[in-house]
Structure formats: structure tokens, C-alpha cells
Design a protein around this ligand. Structure first.
Ligand code: ZN
Length: 122
């Protein structure tokens, strides 16, 4: 039986970071005056997420915390007050012992020709 052991890290992030984690950045065009400003902002956030992913693992959107906060975003460190969202970082540790399971394959190739030779048809 393979067990997944891993580290879970839950961070509270701003709306913008949550949007980038979700992968749909079209709303940035509404939030920023020009596509250039939006793209620059997305790039900063993406770099923060990449940095956190290196530390904590793959980022998933975990939904809203339903709480309004002026605490700094734990991803981009924005101090803009607003709703906070949860992003779950998951780091899976690959179980290296799983290769032992494959050793049983050699036994299955054992042929039963000895028994067949006993059957003599008359
Ligand atoms: Zn943020």
C-alpha cells in the first residue's frame, strides 16, 4: 500500500494572487488601466507564487476565507485591505520503496511446461 505523505501549507492571500493561482487573469484587464500595467502586476505575483511553490509545493486555490482583512497578503505582501483567499501548497513526497513491488514480476514469467509434458495423449 502506498501512502502519500506530504507537507501542506495554507497561506492567506489577496484577491489578485488568488486569481493568478486560479490561472484566469482576464479580470486584471478590468482592475488596471492598461494591459501593460496588468501584465506587470501579473508578472510580480507569478514570481511570488513560483517562489512559494519552490518552498512549499504545488499551489491550489482553496476558496475564500470569507473574512475581510488588512493584514498583508502572504504571497505578494500587498497591504491593500480586502477579502482574503486561501491558497493551499502541497508538497508530495514520492515513496521510493515502491520499486520493491515490481520484483514479483519475475515469478509470474515462470513457465509450467513440466506439467504439460506429463499429459500424454494416446
Ligand atoms: Zn497578494
Amino acid at each position: 500500500m502506498r501512502q502519500f505523505t506530504g507537507h501542506h501549507t495554507l497561506l492567506s492571500v489577496c484577491n489578485e494572487c488568488s486569481t493568478v493561482v486560479a490561472g484566469d487573469t482576464t479580470s486584471f484587464d478590468l482592475w488596471y488601466d492598461t494591459p501593460e500595467k496588468a501584465a506587470a502586476r501579473i508578472e510580480i505575483i507569478q514570481k511570488s507564487i513560483n517562489f512559494l511553490s519552490d518552498l512549499y509545493g504545488y499551489a491550489y486555490n482553496n476558496g475564500t476565507t470569507n473574512c475581510f482583512s488588512n493584514a498583508p497578503c502572504e504571497c505578494c505582501e500587498s497591504h491593500k485591505a480586502g477579502e482574503r483567499y486561501e491558497v493551499l501548497f502541497i508538497q508530495l513526497e514520492i515513496d521510493e520503496d515502491s520499486s520493491e513491488e515490481e520484483s514479483s514480476e519475475e515469478e509470474s514469467s515462470e513457465d509450467d511446461s513440466e506439467y504439460e509434458s506429463e499429459t500424454v495423449e494416446l
